[in-house]
Ligand binder design. Structure first.
Ligand code: ATP
Ligand code: LTN
Length: 334
């Protein structure tokens, strides 16, 4: 685990809902591959999730479920450090320091903040505004080289790099400057009901998402009812045929069949046949993850042990960085 020369990656998912196939395609699938090459830190970002109001009992349940899904998707606690963000107090501690290096204007330009405050005008809290600073702390504490994220998080990564450089310049080399790692295919799985927006676990319309705990029947039905265009050609064209292109992406990720071969396979066939085929391959893809998830959720004690072990490992690394930062800014250390 402590192999010093391996590059470090860190990523996280908020426990703000049941994970979707977007998380499997855009995040977990890659995380599983990356953990063999990199020293990997994967966290459940519960501190981030309370920027939107959560029901406490549900948050607790979702946090454990998210951890179980990480394991079910193939994250191996012997290879990766898997932990709950709030178990490592250094995240909030570093965030406070970095807040004092972040401009008001910089945060105001974040598109996620603008989107979320437009969608939820009733709760535009300061935490939502400083969310990217907490995310920067997550990354910088572990001296991450690479951060696997979806396309939507690129701007937050850019801010993280700026903050790291600013701090290093003001004092001396403290933080590694991280790079985003965005998968070419799958980094933006679109909503099944509106293929021009990202599939999102907090979408009010459950038909827009395939949840990782949906049954085969539900998956097949949701794909059958998904919104596509009005011609009948299975062709990859994200601009003009975003619905079909999204389904082709899912088919590709589930089977490995290339876009070209998918087009050939469905020449002359209608969307009905195509949607049924996508439904079947996606259901087959998710089934083992769902079965493993159910198994893991039956043994809560084991899950708790894994998370406690992860938190201890994470704290050790996080403490080292925070200690350096506290010294550099001039806090008295005994
Ligand atoms: P929200 O609850 O607002 O929908 P989210 O699901 O986008 O949030 P997270 O749960 O924190 O946010 O996302 C974790 C990771 O999964 C991020 O890297 C994100 O980009 C990726 N991800 C989420 N949804 C998708 C998607 N539809 N396609 C590809 N990747 C996704
Ligand atoms: N903001 C991310 C979740 C997240 C994250 C992180 C991702 C929180 N901290 C650190 C990568 C690294 C999101 O909403 N997708």
């Amino acid at each position: 685990m402590e192999s010093e020369n391996r590059k470090v990656i860190l990523s996280g998912i908020q426990p703000s809902g049941i994970l979707t196939i977007g998380h499997l395609a855009g995040a977990l699938k890659n995380w599983v591959d990356l953990q063999t090459q990199f020293q990997s830190y994967y966290m459940i970002a519960d501190l981030h999730s309370i920027t939107a109001r959560q029901v406490p009992a549900e948050l607790r349940q979702r946090t454990m479920e998210t951890a179980a899904l990480f394991l079910a998707a193939g994250i191996d606690p012997d290879k990766s450090v898997l932990f709950i963000q709030s178990h490592v107090p250094q995240h909030s501690q570093l965030a406070w320091v970095l807040n004092t290096f972040t401009g008001f204007g910089e945060l105001g330009r974040m598109t996620q903040f603008k989107d979320k405050s437009e969608r939820h005008p009733e709760n535009i809290n300061a935490g939502l505004f400083t969310y990217p600073v907490l995310m920067a702390s997550d990354i910088l504490l572990y001296q991450a080289d690479l951060v696997p994220v979806g396309e939507d998080q690129k701007q937050h990564l850019e801010l993280t790099r700026n903050l790291a450089q600013r701090f290093n310049f003001n004092y001396s080399d403290t933080f590694k400057i991280p790079e985003p790692y965005i998968p070419k295919i799958g980094s933006r799985i679109m909503s099944l009901q509106n293929p021009n927006v990202k599939m999102s676990k907090s979408d009010e319309n459950v038909n827009s998402c395939i949840f990782l705990n949906d049954t085969n029947e539900v998956i097949i039905n949701k794909i059958k009812r998904s919104v596509t265009d009005s011609d009948a050609e299975v062709r990859f064209d994200e601009e003009n045929k975003s619905g079909i292109s999204n389904l082709m992406t899912l088919y590709h990720l589930a089977t490995g069949v290339s876009f070209e071969d998918i087009e050939k396979l469905f020449v002359g066939k209608g969307y009905g046949d195509f949607k049924l085929a996508v439904g079947n391959v996606v259901a087959d893809w998710i089934l083992p993850v769902r079965e493993k998830f159910n198994e893991i959720m039956k043994d809560k004690n084991r899950l708790k042990e894994v998370l406690e072990y992860g938190a201890i490992q994470a704290q050790k690394v996080a403490y080292k960085t925070l200690d350096k930062v506290y010294k550099k800014v001039g806090f008295v250390r005994f």
